[in-house]
Design a protein around this ligand. Sequence first.
Ligand SMILES: NC(=O)c1ccc[n+]([C@@H]2O[C@H](COP(=O)([O-])OP(=O)(O)OC[C@H]3O[C@@H](n4cnc5c(N)ncnc54)[C@H](O)[C@@H]3O)[C@@H](O)[C@H]2O)c1
Length: 357
Amino acid sequence: MTNQPIRVSKSLLEDYVNRVFLAAGLDQEQAAITARHLVHANLRGVDSHGVSRVDVYTKRLEIGIVNRDLHFELERETPASALVDGGNSSGIALATKGIELAVKKALQTGVGIVGIKNSNHCGMLGDYTMYAAKHGCIALATTNAPPNMAPWGGRERFFGTNPFSYGVPAGEEDDIVFDMATSLVARGKIIVAQKNNQQIPLGWAISKDGKPTNDPNVALDGLVLPAGGYKGYGITFLVEVLSSLFTGAAFGPQIADLYKNFEQAQNVGQCFIVIRADLFQSMDQFRSRMDQLIREIREVPRMDGVERIYLPGEIEREKTADRMKNGIPISVEILQEIRGVGQRYSIVDDPLFKEIG
Ligand SMILES: NC(=O)c1ccc[n+]([C@@H]2O[C@H](COP(=O)([O-])OP(=O)(O)OC[C@H]3O[C@@H](n4cnc5c(N)ncnc54)[C@H](O)[C@@H]3O)[C@@H](O)[C@H]2O)c1
């Protein structure tokens, strides 16, 4: 069997994943939201947050450590804000509803802030900020995550890889969507390397006794390092404050591990801060100045050996265009894994696997 990834069509992959989540007990709306989100991550090249998560998400639903029914309860609300109690339901469905509500409030009042507590892993944050940008809003999104990173200088797990993302609408140019883990790389990338039996670059992580490693197994047993040293740690801290201290979700070491703890609800939090882009000037002015900024950045003289300057999110946008046209490359290991998940629910006849033989 080839070790090369196999290109599969977006629609077949999404239909299959949708089927699996329906079989795992999500209702039609949640299954469709979750399938669309995961395949969107693969389309953008964020494979660490794509269909490689189907196995663990379905296991958690099956065991009942994640609630199959969606609870989206508004605990406190103002015209510009809402605190949602997610009732331990699926994180992607909650966060999708959360950003929709934040955008709706921003369009009505100028600003929309939605916090979610009692939530679960919500995938690729850029999906949410991209939605806001599409609706003419500037958005910030945060979530906290299980402890895998030490506070700067420490060597015990405390913070998660606490990602944050922003989205900004442009005019003729594409909207800007920046999306990063505040660790040097998302831990999901190390998990994908482990599943694919690949080494990781030195500098991504350290072993549990503080030594550099390129072995994904040692890294997953150890700690990831913050992006940009103490500066990344400072941003991780802010992400924790917005996602958890602000919303009432669990923080730092209180958060249960997604892959190892099947007994305790995660209780992670998310925060969406959405601002209508025409709050201070007309939308046309804002959009055309964004276009100008983007074009001027492209014209900046480049360092030796640099072929082009990318805008935040541009690499992912180009990957999306390629993958829409030529199919999404998925490793054989991950295809086998998701086929196995389907088999758990007696899904054995899916056209996705007919395509790959
Ligand atoms: N839900 C969770 O608990 C959780 C936790 C951690 C990470 N994540 C997700 O993991 C994903 C991956 O995060 P990551 O930090 O590995 O991403 P990354 O390092 O691949 O990219 C980070 C950002 O940098 C930009 N970028 C990359 N190269 C660039 C270049 N040469 N020039 C300009 N911009 C460039 C990308 O467009 C992207 O916006 C994100 O979607 C994040 O939301 C989720």
